[in-house]
Write a protein that binds this ligand. Structure first.
Ligand code: GLN
Length: 398
């Protein structure tokens, strides 16, 4: 009999842990869990090593070590956003993942509703379960014509309106979006902002891929910068994606005082603080970003194109990805019964691991035809995956 609490039982094991383990078992090229297979910048590492040697070995301040809060404020302003107070408005968390849980647990009461766009990063929904809140889903539909130049996943305004009820406490936005690679447009964000204001809802926005956008015509926009939105937005981001340091687990929540108070109410009892030396390393990276993110964009955009071509040659329909580590593809032409069967075959027999995205949908059948591929890798790794994908054929022929 399972000893897992009722709260977590519906969710099973993390798909990221499962697919990475399967990939390692089969010696596959791991394009499942999203993490780079190369190192972060020297400034970050030197900063953390220096902090360890300088004896920064004890708990840090609950809201973040002062140099990191300051560096986050400067980085936020450097990207053209209005000035913020490093201590009043920034809470450092153990990765954005903790920020998501802290924001949702700190803000929502049992019975409150949370609007979530699907496919979703799984933490939003598990955090809602921890808060005994109810998620309401709005589907991002794949583009009808994936080959059109402007093709992108999109939602229906009527479906968003229908998901908002008198119990709606918050709307979760994730832009750039994992797993689709979508960048929410100004029009889409304006609609969400208008509805949030009409219904007095808070927006929790996960912007960890803010620096990984590949189409100049689709720039990242922080919803907190739209008129009337600073007061009602918690903006989450992290070090991991921008500096290829996903394992450092340093993230942050930016919000006005009343919303920061909600995040901190939970954060202080979840982890209290992120690892102190790594916070100092994070501050060093943010102070000296150099061309690290620009170089990543160049590498990842080229990887995305190589992988897109290889998947198309193999018979998949690839949906354009404009940002993030990921792209989504439809495998239905290959004849597999569902996404798990396809991704398991791909990992075990072809030697390339991908994520079956049905776990990112309230109704798993919506993800059955899809697979998510990560392209946040060295060029050599992508070349190897492309090579292996040339062995992929229709199921009837294997
Ligand atoms: N964000 C990563 C992904 O989507 C995974 C994070 C995790 O492993 N929990 O692949």
């Amino acid at each position: 009999m399972s000893l897992v609490s009722h709260r977590f039982r519906p969710f099973g094991g993390s798909i990221f842990a499962e697919m990475t383990a399967l990939s390692n078992k089969h010696g596959a090229v791991n394009l499942s869990q999203g993490f780079p297979d190369f190192d972060g910048p020297a400034a970050a590492k030197d900063g953390a090593i220096h902090a360890i040697n300088a004896g920064h070995a004890q708990y840090g301040r609950m809201i973040g070590v002062p140099p990191l809060n300051q560096a986050i404020a400067v980085a936020w302003e450097r990207d053209g956003r209005p000035a913020i107070d490093p201590d009043a408005h920034i809470t450092v968390t153990s990765g954005c993942s903790e920020g998501i849980v802290a924001a949702i647990l700190g803000l929502l009461n049992p019975g409150d509703e949370l609007v979530v766009f699907e496919p979703f990063f799984d933490f939003y929904v598990t955090a809602a379960a921890m808060a005994a809140a109810t998620p309401r889903f709005v589907t991002l539909h794949p583009p009808r014509n994936p080959a059109a130049p402007d093709a992108a996943f999109s939602f229906d305004e009527s479906e968003l309106r229908a998901a908002i009820t008198p119990r709606t406490r918050a709307i979760v936005v994730n832009t750039p979006h994992n797993p689709t690679g979508k960048v929410f447009t100004r029009d889409e964000l304006t609609l969400i902002a208008t509805l949030a204001q009409q219904h007095n809802a808070i927006v929790i926005t996960d912007e960890v891929y803010e620096h990984l956008t590949y189409e100049p015509r689709l720039p990242h926009i922080s919803i907190a910068t739209l008129p009337g939105m600073w007061e009602r937005t918690i903006t989450l981001s992290s070090l991991g994606k921008t500096f290829s340091l996903t394992g450092w687990k340093v993230g942050w929540a930016i919000a006005p005082e009343p919303l920061s108070a909600a995040v901190r109410a939970a954060h202080q009892f979840l982890t209290f603080c992120a690892a102190t030396p790594l916070q100092h390393g994070a501050a060093a990276a943010l102070r000296n970003p150099g061309s690290y993110a620009a170089d990543l964009r160049t590498l990842f955009a080229a990887n995305r194109d190589l992988l897109t071509d290889a998947l198309r040659r193999a018979g998949l329909t690839v949906f354009p990805s404009h940002a993030t580590y990921f792209l989504m593809a439809d495998h239905s032409a290959l004849g597999f019964p569902d996404d798990r069967a396809f991704c398991t075959h791909l990992t075990a027999n072809i030697g390339v691991a991908a994520i079956p995205p049905s776990v990112f949908y309230a109704d798993p059948t919506h993800g059955r035809a899809l697979a998510r591929f990560a392209f946040c890798k060295k060029r050599d790794t992508i070349d190897q995956a492309v090579q292996r994908l040339s062995n992929l054929t229709r199921r009837s022929a294997t």
